[in-house]
Design a protein around this ligand. Structure first.
Ligand SMILES: N[C@H](CCC[C@H](N)C(=O)O)C(=O)O
Length: 276
């Protein structure tokens, strides 16, 4: 099974062109995904992307987190799959693809990919959430997948794992759970974000939909205007463009560089029998 390994600003993925049933031998997809996402004993990644045929767009893709959970969308994964599709001749520089979250337009310019995301929804500002022995104020929004955004003062020394897990599993966001973003606004068009990701169950080096959620939450508070440069944990910068009209956000774009790390051939021993 041929695959690509790609990185979207440090959020890394294993991509398969599954249009011809490359993965037909896989009987349990979540178990397969968990196995190949394990670092040191297999390929290792934050998630897996399967490109499949679509009646409604150039192609469809399914996204699986490293824990095997299939979820609606992935912003950095979307940027990677757009460049993958272009490089593989599956689509041109301008394309549209189908996700569980909806149809997304993409434009590939060299190693920079710009996505037009689905309309954000369910923005709730100033939610008071009990968190261990404290109560915190967070904003929540869905940017393809669910996110909470908390504004903090000293991001570099913030315990993202502890508070990220507490928010991820908080009753307030049950049963689906959420991704948790911790943000410091650094200027009228810039902020820094660290994200604890659902389904990776750890902090990742970047989160695309989380960066968008953070930019829109800050814009809703009147603290930033479009375009917003988001510095992620890897140190790379994602650019978020949006229109804000009477509190609603439209034409939301996520832009940034993606890297092809390598192309590979997956051996069965890299996934079969890993639980033994
Ligand atoms: N972990 C997320 C999906 C991937 C989101 C992130 N990698 C991105 O770039 O948007 C979730 O389960 O909702």
């Amino acid at each position: 099974m041929d695959f690509f390994k790609m990185s979207g600003s440090g959020n890394d993925f294993i991509l398969f062109d599954n249009r011809g049933g490359t993965l037909a031998a896989v009987k349990d997809m979540p178990a397969f995904v968990q196995a190949i996402c394990r670092r040191k004993v297999s390929v290792g990644a934050d998630g897996v992307i399967l490109v499949e045929p679509s009646e409604r767009a150039d192609f469809r893709w399914r996204f699986f987190n490293a824990d095997g959970s299939e979820v609606e969308m992935c912003g950095n994964g979307g940027r990677c799959v757009a460049r993958f599709a272009f490089l593989q001749g599956i689509a041109g520089e301008r394309m549209s693809f189908e996700t569980v979250a909806g149809i997304i337009d993409a434009e590939v310019r060299g190693d920079v990919v710009k996505l037009r995301l689905t309309e954000p929804s369910a923005l709730e500002a100033g939610r008071i959430v009990p968190l261990q022995d404290e109560r915190v104020t967070v904003d929540s929004i869905n940017t393809g997948v669910p996110h909470v955004v908390a504004f903090v003062a000293d991001l570099d020394h913030f315990d993202v794992f502890r508070y990220g897990r507490a928010l991820r599993f908080s009753e307030a966001f049950a049963p689906a759970g959420t991704n948790a973003n911790f943000v410091t606004v650094t200027g009228p068009q810039s902020l820094s974000v660290r994200t604890y990701e659902r389904g990776v169950e750890d902090e990742t080096l970047a989160c695309g939909t989380g960066s968008v959620a953070s930019a829109l939450a800050a814009a809703a508070r009147g603290e930033v205007t479009s375009p917003v440069e988001v510095t992620v944990r890897s140190g790379e910068v994602l650019k978020i463009h949006f229109e804000k009209n009477d509190g609603a956000f439209r034409n939301v774009y996520l832009e940034g560089r993606v890297r092809v790390v390598y192309e590979g051939q997956l051996w069965e021993e890299a996934w079969l029998g890993q639980g033994d």
